[in-house]
Each structure stands twice: as C-alpha cells, then as structure tokens.
Design a binder for this molecule. Structure first.
Ligand SMILES: NC(=O)C1=CN([C@@H]2O[C@H](COP(=O)(O)OP(=O)(O)OC[C@H]3O[C@@H](n4cnc5c(N)ncnc54)[C@H](OP(=O)(O)O)[C@@H]3O)[C@@H](O)[C@H]2O)[C@H](O)CC1
Ligand SMILES: [K+]
Length: 516
C-alpha cells in the first residue's frame, strides 16, 4: 500500500472530483459513511452518548456527516463545533445545514474553556477537530480542549488523523495532540502513524478506501510503501521442480567471538530456514564444536585465532555474505572486516551489529562498501553511523543522504522497520514487542543473507526478509505470548511464515469487515 503526503491527497481529491464528475461533498459523504458503518457495527444501536467534536474545516465536515448518519439511526449524539476560527469550509457549512434537518438539537458552539462539557468514561469521543489541513500547532483553549479530551478515559475515535498530528511533518508540541484509541483514516494511513515519535498517537487504525482516482494513486510516486502480505506475495520467488541446492546458493555467515558464538548459530540457522542451499559459518576456533553440534547442516570454517576473528580465509566463492554478529571490535577483527570489504567487492552482503560499530568508528571504511550492501542498524547503531537527528523526519532524511552517498540499503530496525534505499522508503507491518529479545537482529541478518544467496536482489531481499522475519515473530508470539518468545522460536516459525504467505484467511464470524 502506498503512503501519500497531505499535498498528494489534496491533489488526488481534486483529480477524483474532476474525473469522476462528482462533487467534493459526495466524496465527504463516502468518507462519512465508512466511519458511520464502523461505529454502527460495533455499537449496534447502543444508547451511549457519542460526543463529536468538529473543527471548522473538512475534517469537521466529516464529523457532521457522521453525526447526521448516527442521528438518523437513533443514536444519542451531541455535536460540538470547536470554533478555532470564524472561517468555515464550504462542505462544513453544507453539512452543518444538513444536520439541522435531522435534529432539533443544534450543534453546540464552543468558544473557550467554559464550554468544555462533562464527559463520562463510558461516552464515546469522536475527534473531527483537525485533519490533514492542520497548518500550525494548536494553541490556546483548543490545545486545552485536546488535553481535556486526553484526560478523559472515554474511548477516543479520531477521524482521518488524531487532531494536532501532521500527516508528514514533525510534531511540535506533544501536549497538543489527541491520543486516539483508534483512528479511521481515509485512503492511506499517514506517514506519522509509523514513526516512533508520533505512532503512539495513532497506535490502532484502519484505512478506508474512498474511491480516489485509481490512475492517480497508481502513477504517483508515494512518500513510502507499506509492506504487508499482498506486497510480500509479489516478492516471493517460487521454486522450480528441477532446482537443486546449488540453485539456492552458498551463504557465508561471518560471526561470533568467545561467549558470542550463539550469534553465529542463530544467523546460520535463519539462513537455512529461509531457504539458502548451503551455509558456511566462518567463526573463531572456539565456535567449531558448537556450530557442528547445533547446526549439523552447516559447514564450518574457523579462523586461526581461538577467541575472535582475524582474517577471512575460505576456499569457495559465496553467493552472499552476512557479517558482524557478535564479532566484537578488536583491532585484528577490524582488519579482517577491512580485508573482506576490499576483497569481496562482487558478493552481495549484509552488515550487522559489530560490523556497523566498526564502520562508525572507522568511517573511512564506508567508502569500501560494495554497491547495494545492506546495513541493518537499530537506532543506536544508526546514530553512531549518521550522527544524531532532531526528529524522525530528520532521521529519515539523513539516512536517505547516507544511503545515496554510499549507495547502500539501510534497514532501520524498530517497531515499524523502515528500509531506506535512496529516495525510496519501505515500511514493514509485521513484527511485535515479543521480538525485542536477544538474537533477533542475528536472525534477521541470517534471513536476508539466505535470500540474497537464493538470488533475490538486495532491495527485495531486504524488504521481503524484514517482512518474513516479522511474520515469523508474529506467529511465534501467537503461540507463546510476547514475553516467552525467544529468537529460536522466530527462526523455527519462518516455515510457518512461508506457508502463511499463500494461506487463505478464514473468515471471521464476529467482525466480518475488520482488517486484522
Ligand atoms: N481525500 C481525502 O482524504 C478527503 C479528506 N476529507 C477530510 O478533509 C480533511 C482535510 O480538510 P481541510 O479542510 O483541508 O483541513 P482540516 O479540516 O484539517 O482543517 C483546516 C482548517 O483548520 C484551520 N487550522 C489549521 N490548523 C489550525 C490550528 N492549529 N489552530 C486553529 N485552526 C487551524 C485552518 O485554518 P486557516 O486559518 O489556516 O484557514 C482551516 O480552516 C481530511 O483530513 C479529511 O478528514 C474529505 O472529507 C474527504 C476526502
Ligand atoms: K481528527
């Protein structure tokens, strides 16, 4: 799914109205009915007070449409107009008149703190104050209203975007954003929903299609691509009957040091589970028996040194390499990495963990990175590589510049892992808090190396690998609960993640339309 900017959504709106020869108010009606349906399916006529706070733009217009539909269906609705300015959008006014046709209870005009209503915990708050048209930080009594609503324990449903959040720009004031329990957003989720500083305000959301012009949506380069099952299915490369282990390549995992051989075990196993034909682990001598015992499928080549890596020496040409997990930063290991980068220019590779820390400390080595090398930093490692950032958008911009400068792919690990490839951003939708466990990154590096070795191109291996790793983690968490998940469980479930890619979803009996 594509994620568009506010500007692109306004343009899509305009093009749709022109091409479909509909009015913008019809588009608003399409949007409103989806919100109404969502509420109606859940409330089923319950007489709970629904308090709709409408701004004076089209987000407020959406609120009025929903209010009208709810009133027509007998719900207990109280509509407020948050008079943040004396302006009114055309479609706000139109729907303001319409709501008057269905009720004698006119919308309540709010002009200041004295107008804040009492709200009970069992009420429902619908936030239609600001949408994607927010153009400055909410202040004065409107900010106080947002804080007042946040203090209430009533369920808060945001229309399109929680008020106070910019769809694709940094947050200015954390006190001036509605913390929604659920957000119903139009056409595409907004970029802010996926970035660490702003995602908590929209932690649960559904996106509703409102029939915007398909050609525009298909041909417009988005801000980012959201990677879910549909996208992952397209990335998958089916196997042919007469393929053999040679077809799926020979991956090399360069990992481990004394006390950290487990990192090599996890990466090697993950590379196998994702489908590498053969995997060799290159480890310090102390890792030999451990690897041979725990992963008998793997071949093991050892360094001359017992405890850490000093020089790669192998007698075959790997089809892909995963380097860095648990290798430490000893001077001899730094030299070993330098030697690999200088001698293995044509082999697709993933660098993780200590390999990244070495690069951060010896930035001159960055220019040795072969084109399209994949780096998999968590935020701490990223900071060491690219320097600090002011906010999430600055982080993305700096990562973009880094990716372009060194012609590398950067995978920023996090709740929503983001793959950055020059101008392109891919946001992953799988994964869960259970995966915040030791070895998770080792497994991811093994997965991506295993995909590279099978011939996936580096960008696909990155985006598909991140998806599969997260999906395996989701399946593991479904079996074990977040707390109990260990990285071995994630790796074990890579097989289920493959099977799940093409499994047909059982229809839910309780909530037929809810997206999982
Ligand atoms: N294609 C779609 O996605 C559709 C979206 N719809 C809905 O429309 C809104 C966007 O509506 P818009 O009218 O452009 O913007 P807003 O409703 O978000 O608000 C704009 C008004 O708010 C004023 N404003 C902005 N920031 C502040 C602030 N900090 N304090 C006070 N007032 C503020 C702004 O005032 P100006 O003085 O700058 O004019 C505007 O008056 C979208 O989010 C969807 O909900 C359609 O319904 C369907 C198609
Ligand atoms: K809103």
């Amino acid at each position: 799914m594509k994620i568009f900017s506010a500007e692109q959504l306004y343009e899509a709106d305009k093009v749709t109205v022109e091409k479909q020869q509909i009015t913008s108010e019809a588009l608003m009606e399409r949007a409103g009915i989806q919100i109404f349906n969502w509420l109606h399916q859940r409330l089923n006529g319950a007489p709970v007070p629904i308090r709709i706070f409408c701004g004076i733009g089209n987000n407020g217009g959406d609120g009025l449409v929903v209010g009208r539909m709810l009133i027509e269906h007998g719900y207990n609705v109280i509509v407020y107009v948050v008079n943040c300015s004396d302006k009114r959008s055309k479609n706000f006014l139109l729907n303001y008149d319409r709501i008057k046709n269905v009720t004698k209870k006119w919308p309540i005009l709010m002009k200041g703190e004295d107008d804040f209503p009492e709200i009970n915990a069992e009420d429902i708050i619908v936030d239609a104050i600001f949408g994607i048209g927010l153009n400055r930080c909410p202040g004065g009594w409107v900010k106080k209203l947002i804080q007042y609503l946040n203090e209430s324990s009533a369920f808060k449903l945001a229309i399109d975007i929680p008020s106070g959040l910019y769809p694709n720009a940094p947050l200015e004031d954390t006190e001036a954003v509605l913390k929604a329990n659920h957000t119903l957003t139009f056409q595409t989720p907004k970029l802010a929903f996926f970035l660490p500083e702003t995602a908590p305000y929209a932690s649960n959301f559904d996106a509703f299609e409102i029939g915007l012009d398909i050609e525009f949506l298909q041909t417009t380069e988005p801000l980012a691509q959201l990677i879910g099952k549909l996208e992952a299915q397209r990335f998958y490369r089916p196997r042919e009957k007469f393929d053999h282990k040679g077809t799926y390549g020979h991956a090399l995992i360069v990992a481990g040091s004394y006390g950290k051989i487990g990192a090599a075990v996890l990466s090697t196993t993950a590379a196998f589970r994702i489908g590498a034909g053969m995997v060799t682990a290159f480890v310090p001598k102390c890792g030999y028996s451990i690897l041979q015992t725990t992963v008998p499928e793997a071949m093991v080549v050892t360094d001359s040194e017992n405890d850490y890596l000093t020089q790669l020496s192998i007698e075959f040409e790997p089809s892909a390499m995963g380097i860095g997990m648990g290798i430490g930063k000893k001077e001899a290991t730094v030299k070993a990495l330098d030697g690999i980068l200088k001698s293995k220019k044509d082999i697709p590779m993933v660098l993780d963990a200590d390999a990244l820390n070495i690069l951060s400390e010896k930035k001159s080595m960055l220019k040795l990175l072969p084109k399209n090398t994949i780096l998999t930093p968590h935020p701490g490692e990223l900071k060491r590589l690219i320097g600090d950032w002011k906010n999430d958008y600055d982080k993305l911009e700096k990562t973009r510049q880094f990716s372009e400068k060194y012609e590398v792919i950067v995978i920023i690990k996090g709740a929503y892992t983001v793959t950055v490839y020059g101008e392109k951003l891919y946001i992953n939708t799988t994964g869960n808090p259970g995966m915040g466990t030791a070895g998770s990154g080792d497994a991811l590096c093994g997965v991506i190396t295993g995909l590279l070795s099978q011939g996936y191109d580096p960008l696909l291996a990155s985006v598909f690998g991140v998806y599969m790793h997260g999906r395996a983690g989701d399946i593991a968490a479904g079996q074990l609960g977040y707390e109990a998940v260990m990285t071995g469980d994630v790796i074990d479930n890579l097989s289920e993640a493959y099977l799940d890619l093409f499994a047909r979803q059982e229809p839910s009996t309780t909530e037929p339309d809810e997206k999982k």
